[in-house]
Design a protein around this ligand. Sequence first.
Ligand code: SAM
Length: 277
Amino acid sequence: MTLQSGPTFFSFPAQSHEGGSEEAAVIAGLMAESPWVSPKYLYGPLGSRLFDAITELPEYYPTRTERAMLEACRENIARAVGPEPTLIDLGAGNCEKARSLFQSLKPRQYVAVDMSVEFLRHSMSHLQRDFPHLEMIGIGIDFSAGLRLPDAVRRENRLFFYPGSSIGNFTPAESLAFLAGIRAQCAGPFGGGLLIGVDLVKPESVLQAAYDDALGVTAAFNLNLLNNLNALIGSDFSVGDWRHYAVFNAALSRIEMHLEARRDTTVHWSGGARRFV
Ligand SMILES: C[S@@+](CC[C@H](N)C(=O)[O-])C[C@H]1O[C@@H](n2cnc3c(N)ncnc32)[C@H](O)[C@@H]1O
């Protein structure tokens, strides 16, 4: 048995779906008739920590519910998955849900994928300390532009793990492309599968509270997206000019987080600007 010195790390530069620059794709979203930003920009050194704090809130039921389900089903999951899987954790964050499966799954290799690279490195260094004999690979990529895995990732018995109802961050068309990408990675003689966590519709008051908590942690998480945009496209969003709110979109059957300008405000970035009223 070998002792791992630490996780191996790979990271690849971000690219938009269309192959253009990430900045151009974000600006196009901001200039749309109904401005929008991909939820992936919520994360980063601070956003990932704020998300961790959200998972501790009494209103935020998804994490503790899913944790309990994984705990209750872990032996059945292990039986269905088979021996020595390659566990590939998509949007691993603090890696805690995957950690809870290690004992029953006994993965041969753990691969954690997340675009919030600094946070992932931190999470994995703790994990490697606790599981010194498990081979770990960290991959810092934005998987919405395609799931490229380095050759170091074992082909055998891949188990893609996508918990947290994160599939809801994609549009239906994006979800299909994403799932097809995973399917392609499981095709062929080596096999593989997907373990996914998807939330169901709840009473609106439950959803509303989960995404707009009394302490205002989710509001801070959402508002911090503006700081992330400023860093990415050089814009001058001022957090104090905006307020967070959450709404259940019944037509699309999804909970949405919005940012609303508190006053008439114009935001600038290199080569452009937009007025929000
Ligand atoms: C809702 S959190 C879930 C964290 C953890 N898996 C859990 O279930 O508690 C989503 C995670 O996915 C990562 N993420 C979001 N969009 C991503 C993308 N397009 N590519 C890579 N990572 C992404 C975020 O950085 C964050 O760590």
